[in-house]
Ligand binder design. Structure first.
Ligand code: ARG
Length: 462
């Protein structure tokens, strides 16, 4: 049997050691310790401010908590499983340091509003860090895009060659995804940044607390309006995990492209040694482990979102111990997203080399300019559907003859339709095919240059 617990004299005997281990969250919620201390310091200040404890007592608690923080940072305070959770651990150490006044800290508070406060403070911090990482990722995308406005790459639909595009345009599509991620996290933060502190165990408290005072000290934007909701709401965690999952979707899609591009079948990029690994048996191999790992790690973040939804769906009001299960998924998702963003940013920055020669060839070896032939006729009065059918036939006969559209003689073009003139050859060069798509948001160079300018302006906003 372990030492008797902190709870109360209601208990005759101590917890079974295996149950104590099962019940404890200290092995993972230690991650929250700095936020727990900060939250407790605000609570102590509020207790003194409202006259619930004296100013001297408030100061003793505040300074004692600061000492706990320093001891933890210096490695002198390392709570074990007997502490149950980080909240008990901090309170216990505080009381050892400051004596009996430490026992006043938990006045007008419960671990239920406390843990909710800690988790929100933690997530708020992490969200800002992830948003900064998204900015770094976007910056690298723009840097590469700027150098590749006129680099052409086959564009695909159904993974079949469709129409060539500017490589910058392709990269800027990921910029846009990251921009939405950045904005989505800002929006999630509005719901994260609401204070449950002072909701008590579930029903509020008999003490004349000032919830707005603690909320201000902790830079929360608002306080929960309903105490039952305040202690049991985890919508903010679900929303964060959803935003994290969407970030992973985007990183995973980019990963998949890099993996394809690096293959012998595409040969669009070369992986640099600093970001690729070898095989233990096949000496010729160079593997895209970074994007593969990002793609693989996506699954665990989706899993945490699913777990959080399932944890919540059957919970009666208000706090239930099930909620202790929110933390590991949140922490792991935060760590995974941060690690993946860092790795992908480095991969883009220094791990990939686009094979310009190969890309230039790739955009000339197919029928990706067929739409432009149809557009050519349509621009000269032929109804588009008719033009589309004419070009479909041309493609068919060209494939049979082993030719590309650029190889047809002018007489052949004119036999197909009298509207064809010598300028058809220029109209179907890959460069012209791309340049001509000058509609807003299209891949035309004018559009892409404008999109780059807009992107640069957007990432200045922190
Ligand atoms: N370790 C707990 C958690 O993470 C803290 C709250 C405990 N509250 C309670 N009523 N047992 O959820």
């Amino acid at each position: 049997m372990t030492e008797k617990q902190t709870w109360s004299q209601r208990f005759e005997s101590a917890l079974h050691p295996a149950i104590a281990r099962f019940n404890a969250s200290i092995s993972f919620d230690i991650e929250l310790i700095e936020y727990d201390i900060t939250g407790s310091q605000a609570h102590a200040k509020m207790l003194a401010h409202t006259g619930i404890i004296s100013h001297t007592e408030g100061e003793a608690l505040f300074n004692g908590l600061e000492q706990v923080r320093q001891e933890y940072r210096q490695g002198q305070f390392q709570p074990g499983v007997d502490a149950e959770d980080v909240h008990f651990a901090v309170e216990k150490r505080l009381t050892e340091i400051v004596g009996d006044v430490g026992k006043k800290l938990h006045t007008a508070r419960s671990r239920n509003d406390q843990v909710g406060t800690d988790t929100r403070l933690y997530l708020r911090d992490q969200i800002q860090q992830i948003r900064q990482q998204l900015r770094d990722f976007q910056t690298v995308l723009v840097d590469i895009a700027e150098k590749n406005v006129e680099t052409l790459i086959p564009g695909y639909t159904h993974l079949q060659r469709a129409q060539p595009v500017s490589l910058a345009h392709h990269l800027l599509a990921y910029f846009q995804m990251a921009q939405r991620d950045w904005e989505r996290l800002e929006d999630v933060c509005k719901r994260v940044n609401i204070s449950p502190l002072g909701c008590g165990a579930l029903a509020g408290t008999t003490f004349p607390i000032d919830r707005h005072y603690t909320a201000n000290l902790l830079h929360f934007d608002n306080v929960y309006a309903n105490s039952l909701d305040g202690v049991s709401d985890r919508d903010f965690a679900i929303e964060f995990l959803c935003a994290a999952s969407i970030i992973m979707v985007h990183l995973s899609r980019l990963s998949e492209e890099v993996i394809l591009w690096a293959s012998e079948e595409f040969r669009f990029v070369t992986l640099k040694d600093s970001c690729a690994t070898g095989s233990s048996i096949m000496p010729q191999k160079k593997n895209p482990d970074v994007p593969e790992l990002v793609r693989g790690k996506t699954g665990r973040v989706f899993g945490h979102l699913q777990a959080m939804l399932v944890i919540m769906k059957g919970l009666p009001l208000a706090y239930n111990k099930d909620l202790q299960e929110d933390k590991e998924g949140i922490f792991d998702s935060v760590n995974t997203v941060k690690a993946c963003l860092e790795a992908m940013t480095i991969l883009l920055q220094e791990g990939l080399e686009f094979r310009h020669q190969r890309l230039a060839t790739a955009v000339t070896e197919d029928f990706a300019n067929a739409t432009d032939v149809a557009d050519y006729l349509a621009a000269r009065g032929v109804p588009f559907r008719e033009a589309y059918n004419i070009v479909g036939k041309v493609v068919k006969t060209s494939i049979a003859a082993g030719k590309l559209l650029k190889d047809l003689q002018l007489e052949e073009w004119q036999q197909i339709h009298p509207a064809f003139a010598a300028d058809i050859y220029e109209a179907i060069t890959p460069r012209q095919v791309v340049a001509a798509r000058n509609s807003y948001g299209g891949t035309g160079f004018v559009q892409v240059r404008q999109a780059l300018l807009n992107a640069r302006t957007q990432i200045i906003v922190k």
